[in-house]
Design a protein around this ligand. Structure first.
Ligand code: SIN
Length: 325
């Protein structure tokens, strides 16, 4: 790592691909492009002033479209980030990531990393070659947040479009717009603009050092199914045959299920599959019902991450786990 000017923090940028590193054929193209085409040095070179905020060490960890992220990818990324944080000479990590599954990777890292140092995930909605790409400013903002003295101890953060969001609550809520990310239940944890960070909140649940999980915790197979009018109960029954240990039910409204679906969910529970109730609505809080724990304010996708870890770690008391993390 290059020696930064005195008093600048030393940050590692770990690039994994995504639209932030995407390249399209024409500047007008914001949907047809290859994700993860630019390498991390090119990404950094497009951000004037980056080295005035922190001493930067950059590495290319992967170059994927995040729809192809897997649990094995989460684990190896977490192991790499943990190693950088533990090695010394690194005051925090910024991970560049595709936005499609950024919220899942962020929450996974939030649960398994053992650190108080800042870890910030950042992406972009427009490829680097677009007429007005959002990636360069998002990256500068993410580094600014990771370099901020009050970023420590908050767990993993997500920075896009000037907002600082907590990893537990951040969600992609729009398919196209640069303001796609929000925390529908918790609101923003901070704001970053013109090099200044304003903090507005603190995580309300246990994370990082306060969890029993690490990058080595096995991840149990867990599926997600959604409720909708006329949905087939056969799909729910089929989950048992996949070998899944858990199912997150993204139910209608307050996690509800039709009479047919409920019967099939009850059968799964009797067969030993842990079914966690969540909501397909995008916000709100779902409670336990009928022997099925409630995901609380976690989205179905994040409930899946937590259930994979909890079952992988052999933990009982699933409702307690959901209330705590
Ligand atoms: C991806 O998730 O890798 C592609 C989409 C994006 O980054 O916005």
């Amino acid at each position: 790592m290059s020696k930064p000017a005195m008093s600048l923090p030393r940050l590692c940028i770990v690039a994994t691909g995504g639209t932030i590193a995407g390249a399209g054929v024409r500047p007008q193209t914001t949907m047809a492009y290859a994700a993860g085409a630019l390498d991390v040095d090119e990404l950094c070179a497009r951000v004037p002033g980056l080295d005035e905020v922190a001493g930067i060490q950059a590495e290319q960890f992967a170059a994927i479209d995040s729809k192809n992220a897997t649990p094995a990818f989460w684990q190896s990324l977490a192991a790499r980030v943990q190693a950088l944080l533990d090695a010394g000479g690194c005051d925090g990590v910024v991970v560049t990531h595709g936005t499609d599954t950024l919220e899942e990777t962020a929450y996974y890292l939030h649960l398994v990393l053992k650190t108080d140092k800042p870890v910030v995930l950042v992406g972009a909605m427009r490829p680097a070659t677009a007429l007005s790409p959002d990636g360069p400013l998002n990256l500068l903002d993410a580094v600014t947040v990771a370099a901020h003295p009050q970023a420590a101890g908050r767990g993993v953060l997500v920075v896009l479009n000037h907002q600082v969001l907590g990893a537990r609550d951040a969600a992609k809520t729009n398919a196209n717009r640069p303001d796609a990310f929000a925390s529908p239940n918790a609101g923003a944890m901070g704001w970053v603009q013109d090099g200044r960070v304003a903090w507005m909140g603190w995580p309300g649940h246990g994370h990082t050092r306060a969890t029993p999980f690490t990058a080595s915790t096995p991840l149990a197979p867990v599926e997600v199914l959604a409720g909708y009018a006329g949905g087939s109960a056969a799909l729910i029954r089929a989950v048992g045959a996949t070998g899944a240990k858990g199912l997150v039910w993204a139910g209608t409204g307050n996690g509800s299920a039709s009479a047919d679906a409920q019967e099939a969910l009850d059968e799964l529970v009797r067969d030993g599959v842990v079914v966690v109730r969540a909501t397909r609505t995008g916000s709100g809080c779902v409670a336990a019902s009928g022997g099925m724990p409630g995901a609380g304010t976690l989205s179905p996708w994040k409930a899946r991450v937590l259930l994979m870890l909890a079952l992988g770690a052999g933990m009982g008391g699933v409702q307690d786990v959901f209330d705590t993390y």
